[in-house]
Design a protein around this ligand. Structure first.
Ligand code: NAI
Ligand code: UGA
Length: 480
């Protein structure tokens, strides 16, 4: 029986391995982690991450061919194929700080593999890593090998949170990169055989190691670039009276461009887009390609601009100050259908409003008060370390409270600010909300969730990203 071990029981390791276990009943899958609380949660009724469909998959295999354990060394020693899906945060100090990937966790996993392995292993890079990481990992493993043979494969993950199970069941492609030697090709085949249990062969792409590593960074850069492109257009729409939804639709109808991923927003968030583009920028700079680096850097600059622009709109619309005003924040997660808040634009928007002394009342159906407080008091990039290694927040942010539903959050608020596109925000009773707010009552929709026309009929002053401005906003120019 083939044995798989995955180091890192996070958003990628947990769902990916659960699906492999489900689709390959003859393979034993162990997911291991240094975080005791995370493993305990994977073994409980309350999984550590919220992901539609995940509970069912885990419940149907856990205890059969899927286990979650903190006994990292034992499961690594026993495995034939080891996936490494640990954090690869942005470095916060030293060479490449603010851009380069911090491979501390990866390196420590590799050294541990070398220490405990007694049989040959296929080591699979599942984490997103800089190009050429496989070479470094290979060196660590072979210099400490004790006769054990290793093959390194790159098998980056393309799932998106909120649709992880769907994406894993029917991926657009599975990418496997390996050495072009006979041993390398044998290792590629072994991994391909695992995916072939449910992924059609033509969707399993096999490449060299460096193409696989770079394709992952490139895919995320292209996706983020689309969002920054449409967000840049949204600013121009507001200035000209065009409607960004109509522009996106017209542009996306061109089959060469395509309709997906053209929704204007308050900015993209999530644990990877910014981190991976910064990493790409750093690699370009290290390879003497400053023009290419600057090109990609612009995607992040536009994203930051979009978040600032949103905050400025709020402040300028509300008589140039939000000091002492109560603002209801609807949605804190970086997108709907997840409780994940890593790099959520809500953090920057909330910090911007707090900087102007607003009082925030936040509601998100999946994010806890503790998480919100942590996020608002943590330094940039600290979030991307294993939970038990993250610096504890010194104190909670006093002008922030958390509500248990949208109506409660909005009661008495001067403005509503929609920062995540949760479906429930589409169908709120906005008349009831309006009646419980001081006037003028504002809605700032960072996700184009509400129908501005209907809300204006109720009496709200509405700002929707990239949509024609109402006269109130036109008279209050923003300084982005
Ligand atoms: N979150 C996502 O949607 C996607 C993430 N990725 C990439 O996958 C990698 C992992 O991301 P996530 O799963 O989101 O991170 P995560 O933070 O949810 O999970 C990483 C886990 O690794 C554990 N860990 C760290 N060092 C360890 C060690 N030495 N031994 C055992 N466990 C260790 C941590 O405790 C943590 O539970 C990153 O490189 C990320 O860029 C790729 C595609 C999608
Ligand atoms: O490497 C990763 O971590 C993953 O990053 C993204 O997945 P994810 O961040 O989970 O979610 P997305 O659906 O890509 O959304 C990212 C951000 O962009 C925003 N977005 C997305 C689409 C859009 O049209 N407009 C827009 O603002 C979302 O609201 C969210 O804040 C990619 O879609 C995955 O393919 C990739 O595997």
């Amino acid at each position: 029986m083939v044995k798989i071990c995955c180091i890192g029981a996070g958003y990628v390791g947990g769902p990916t391995m659960a699906v492999i276990a489900l689709k390959c009943p003859a393979i034993e899958v162990a997911v291991v982690d240094i975080s005791v609380s995370r493993i305990a949660a994977w073994n409980s009724d309350h999984l550590p991450i919220y992901e539609p469909g995940l509970d069912e998959v885990v419940k149907s295999c856990r205890g059969k061919n899927l286990i979650f354990s903190t006994d990292v060394e034992r499961h690594v020693a026993e495995a034939d194929i080891i996936f490494v899906s640990v954090n690869t945060p942005t470095k916060t100090r030293g060479l490449g700080a603010g851009k380069a990937a911090d491979l501390t966790y990866w390196e420590s996993a590799a050294r541990m593999i070398a220490d405990v392995s007694k049989s040959d292993k296929i080591v699979v890079e599942k984490s997103t890593v800089p190009v050429k990481t496989a070479e470094a990992i290979e060196k660590i493993l072979t210099h400490n090998s004790n006769g054990v043979k290793y093959q390194i494969l790159s098998n980056p993950e393309f799932l998106a949170e909120g649709t992880a199970i769907e994406d894993l069941f029917a991926p657009d492609r599975v990418l496997i990169g390996g050495r072009e030697t006979a041993d390398g090709q044998r290792a590629i085949k072994a991994l391909k055989d695992v995916y072939a249990h449910w992924v059609p062969e033509e969707r399993i792409l096999c490449t060299n190691l460096w193409s696989a590593e770079l394709s992952k960074l490139a895919a995320n850069a292209f996706l983020a670039q689309r969002i920054s492109s449409v967000n840049a257009m949204s600013a121009l729409c507001e200035a000209t009276g065009a409607d960004v939804a109509q522009v996106s639709h017209a542009v996306g109808q061109d089959t060469r461009i395509g309709r997906k991923f053209l929704n204007a927003s308050v900015g993209f968030g999530g644990s990877c887009f910014q981190k991976d583009i910064l990493n790409l920028v750093y690699i370009c700079e290290c390879n003497g390609l400053p023009e290419v680096a600057n090109y990609w850097k612009q995607v992040i600059k536009v994203n930051d601009y979009q978040k600032n622009r949103f905050v400025n709109r709020i402040v300028s619309s509300m008589f140039n100050t939000v000091s002492g005003k109560k603002i209801a924040i609807l949605g804190f997660a970086f997108k709907k259908d997840t409780g994940d808040t890593r790099e959520t634009p809500a953090i920057d928007v909330c910090k911007g409003l707090l900087g102007d002394k607003a009082h925030l009342r936040i509601y998100d159906p999946q994010v806890t008060e503790e998480q919100i407080q942590r996020d608002l008091s943590m330094n940039k990039f600290d979030w991307d370390h294993p939970v038990h290694l993250q610096p504890m927040s010194p104190s909670s942010v006093k002008s922030v409270t958390v509500a248990w539903d949208a109506y409660e959050a909005a009661k008495g608020a001067h403005a509503l600010c929609i920062l995540t596109e949760w479906d429930e925000f589409k169908n709120l009773d906005y008349k009831k909300i309006y009646d419980n707010m001081p006037k003028p009552a504002f809605v700032f929709d960072g996700r184009n969730v509400v129908d501005p026309k209907k809300l204006r009929e109720i009496g709200f002053i509405v700002y929707s990203i990239g949509k024609p401005l109402d006269s109130w906003l036109k008279d209050m120019p923003t300084m982005a």
